[in-house]
Design a protein around this ligand. Structure first.
Ligand SMILES: Cc1cc2nc3c(=O)[nH]c(=O)nc-3n(C[C@H](O)[C@H](O)[C@H](O)COP(=O)(O)O)c2cc1C
Length: 151
């Protein structure tokens, strides 16, 4: 199974989590692909069977700049081939931002819903005000993701 990992990051934390997720998915036997600067054409060329989005939140609940072009291209085109595919989202944020906590991840969940991507797990929220080990914190959830994708 081919899993496309889409990541958005300002300072690199979400990108590290995405890379860690890629390793875990590879170790579990998946063909996990991750390019932090992926274009829509790159993702379509990979022809994914499943999606994982890993994104931090910036500004007032916004997506990082490096994910915006891909986010907008996907939202404009809503590729029909992805309808019904499984997917899940890891959102990074900081609960001290209040209402906008993990707003970037929430935008990716909404995009997946528009695309008809089936969320196989509720979004994992990684809170920078609670923990400085987001990669390790994601491991149990990634184990559940592996199980959900194996069906
Ligand atoms: C300028 C700035 C704005 C932020 N805005 C939000 C926000 O609105 N909501 C939130 O949950 N976290 C917010 N954060 C926290 C980051 O999302 C969090 O620290 C995350 O772990 C950073 O990951 P990154 O290194 O991949 O960018 C903000 C951080 C900065 C520096």
């Amino acid at each position: 199974m081919k899993v496309a990992i889409l990541s958005g990051s300002v300072y690199g934390t979400a990108e590290e989590v995405a890379r860690h997720a890629q390793e875990i998915l590879k170790d579990a036997g998946f063909n996990a692909w991750h390019n932090p600067r992926a274009t829509l054409a790159d993702v379509q060329a990979f022809a994914p069977d499943a999606f994982l989005a890993v994104t931090s939140t910036t500004g007032m609940g916004e997506l990082p700049d490096n994910l915006m072009p891909l986010y907008l291209a996907i939202r404009d085109q809503l590729p029909a081939a992805w309808r019904g595919l499984p997917g899940a989202v890891i959102g990074l944020g900081d609960a001290s931002y209040g209402d906008t906590f993990c707003g970037g991840g929430e935008q990716m969940c909404e995009l997946f819903a528009e695309l008809g991507i089936r969320e196989v797990l509720p979004m994992l929220r990684l809170d920078a005000s609670e923990s400085v080990t987001p990669e390790a914190d994601a491991e149990p959830w990634l184990g559940e993701l592996v199980a959900a994708l194996r069906g």
